[in-house]
Design a binder for this molecule. Structure first.
Ligand code: C2O
Length: 577
């Protein structure tokens, strides 16, 4: 019997209303072709792995609510994953791109498609390779704008300008083969080294190979700033101009006026810049923040500059200079900027701090020394080698299957569910292992992260996958649960996915574990990944299918049986000469 016409019409009508109600959500699709190309930011040509041949890689533009689909085609000679740094990945933990944690890597001549929704967050984030050293050149901006028709919670800027800060090595072979990467030769702003490096200088200011932002007098620009450096915190300053910070790590902030800012590796800042100075040219400058003591070599001090050029500026005008913080002043400037930011209470996506805490953790973090294995020579301090740890555990990255698959399929022997809530009473050389902490769905975790710095005390940028955390407080010295707990900000604390734990100091973080899956918490200094400053939270399923992990996509990359193709394990890291 033929169906009456209504049988078609009614579902169609339903579909029409269904789609019109989500009409603002789009599917944004990209192809990421990972391939080696030759670039020349300084004097030498270098072969580097890139996405689509560009450095930085392509900018992704989406609106909140969109679905992002990225087809990664690996035509490079490396194992690759791409991580969407700061994206919540709500119910899509298989798409997190954390090598050997959420997936095995995409091997050369293989493809994988990342597909996930971007919901409940707006601002600037970044994507990057999540395999040691490769994010040096495989990274780019990920910009999330409000759904159409929804305004920013600040005056609409005249233009928006991504600023990607990068670290550069003039020796590709050295970079990719040594773990961690050696001291870099330069920094770049949007792929350009600026006028103080060889092969960039001695030319007229308008033809310099430096990043130039042309501005119109009186207009306001939204700078979307990303620190994509592997291992360096960076100060950023514009001569003679203040900026107004409106968002950090894609969370809106109370507008905060400053003449300088600091970003740890992996952090982002959105700031409004108004061209309110006399016509002319002004330097913008980045400068590495070295909070560590002298055991860690200091990067070159050459200024890294770009230029703000007013529309009517005479080409002969000399750009006015700015003064970057240094020494103790650098530590206090960094602390002032970081700790003064507060969230925009009542702004889009703001949720009050949960006041009930289910899991309290005290996590000591630091870089220590381990004896050199017998018969080898180590070049670390005192002839030893570095080992990082959290609560005295040095994380070993799984070698045969991803941690999340081991969890999902209940495969034993890949990790142990024993990450301690407190450091052990007696400190010894770090324990090596793949240690995770299991959390109940929707539980609230509070973590005091204490920077111990057994051999060197430096700021470590701790990054959590899958969640933003509230930063309830920052301080120096040892955290005091009575004195310091009283001063925590529970009203309008800043939120981050990456926070710099002050040198010899602490932070207090809180987050709600509302997303099932396996999520890394690690130092975002790429050099500290192989040292094992990593732990993993496993968030269990909630009570409904809606709050439970989906099975992995059928084409999730498989690990081969050859363990040598994976990242170095912490135990195999050595600085032997
Ligand atoms: Cu931006 Cu685990 O990384």
């Amino acid at each position: 019997m033929p169906l009456p016409i209504q049988a078609f019409f009614v579902p169609l009508l339903f579909l029409f209303f269904f789609f019109s109600s989500i009409a603002t959500a789009a599917i944004v699709e990209h192809v990421f072709q990972v391939k080696n190309v030759v670039v020349k930011p300084l004097c030498k040509e270098q072969m580097i792995p890139t996405v689509n041949g560009s450095l930085p890689g392509p900018t992704i533009n989406v609106r909140e609510g969109d679905t992002l689909v990225v087809h990664v085609i690996n035509n490079s000679t490396y194992n690759i994953t791409i991580h969407w740094h700061g994206v919540f990945q709500l119910k899509s933990s298989w798409m997190d791109g954390a090598n050997m944690i959420s997936q095995c890597p995409i091997q050369p001549r293989n493809n994988f498609t990342y597909r996930f929704d971007i919901t409940g967050q707006e601002g600037t984030l970044l994507w990057h390779a999540h395999v040691v050293n490769l994010r040096a050149t495989l990274h780019g901006a990920l910009i999330i704008r409000p759904r159409s028709g929804r305004p920013y919670p600040f005056p609409k800027p005249y233009k928006e300008v991504p600023l990607v800060f990068e670290q550069w090595w003039d020796t590709d072979i050295e970079l990719l083969n040594s773990r961690p990467a050696p001291i870099s030769d330069a920094y770049l702003i949007n792929g350009l080294a600026g006028d103080s490096y060889p092969c960039s200088k001695n030319s007229n200011a308008h033809s310099l190979r430096m990043f130039k932002l042309r501005v119109v007098q009186g207009k306001t620009y939204l700078l979307r700033i990303i620190n994509a450096a592997l291992n360096t915190h960076l100060f950023f300053k514009i001569a003679s101009h203040n900026v107004t910070v409106v968002s950090v790590d894609a969370v809106y902030t109370t507008p905060y006026v400053s003449d300088v800012m600091i970003l740890t590796p992996g952090q982002t800042v959105d700031a409004l810049l108004t061209a309110d100075q006399p016509n002319g040219m002004y330097y913008m400058e980045i400068s590495p923040y070295t909070s560590a003591n002298s055991l860690v070599p200091v990067p070159p001090s050459t200024p890294i500059r770009g230029l703000i050029v007013y529309e009517d500026a005479k080409s002969t005008a000399s750009p006015s200079n700015s003064l970057m913080p240094s020494g103790m002043n650098a530590i206090s400037t960094a602390h002032r900027f970081s700790s003064n930011i507060t969230s925009l209470v009542g702004g889009p996506y703001w949720t009050p701090v949960p006041d009930h805490v289910d899991e309290k953790m005290f996590v000591t973090m630091g870089l220590g020394l381990k004896p050199c294995p017998p018969g080898t020579k180590c070049i670390g301090p005192f002839g030893q080698r570095y080992a990082g740890s959290l609560n005295n555990r040095t994380f070993v990255i799984p070698g045969t299957i991803s941690l999340q698959e081991a969890y999902f399929y209940n495969i034993s022997g890949v990790y142990t569910d024993d990450f301690p809530d407190q450091p052990p009473m007696k400190f010894d050389y770090a324990n090596f292992g793949t240690s995770v902490k299991t959390l109940k769905y929707n539980s609230t975790v509070e973590m005091v992260v204490q920077n111990t710095g057994i051999i060197t005390s430096e700021s470590h940028p701790m990054h959590l996958h899958g969640f933003n955390f509230y930063v309830l407080g920052y301080g120096f010295g040892n955290y005091d649960p009575i004195r310091d707990a009283d001063k925590l900000n529970l009203v309008n604390p800043q939120m981050h996915n990456t926070v710099g734990v002050p040198p010899g100091g602490w932070v207090v973080l809180r987050f709600k574990a509302n997303n099932p899956g396996a999520w890394m918490f690690h130092c975002h200094m790429d050099a500290h990944l192989p040292y094992g400053i990593i732990m993993v939270f496993i968030v269990q399923n909630g009570p409904t299918p809606e709050t439970s992990m989906q099975p992995p996509p059928s084409n999730l990359p498989q690990c081969t049986r050859d363990p040598t193709i994976y990242e170095s394990l912490a135990t195999s890291v050595d600085l032997s000469s």
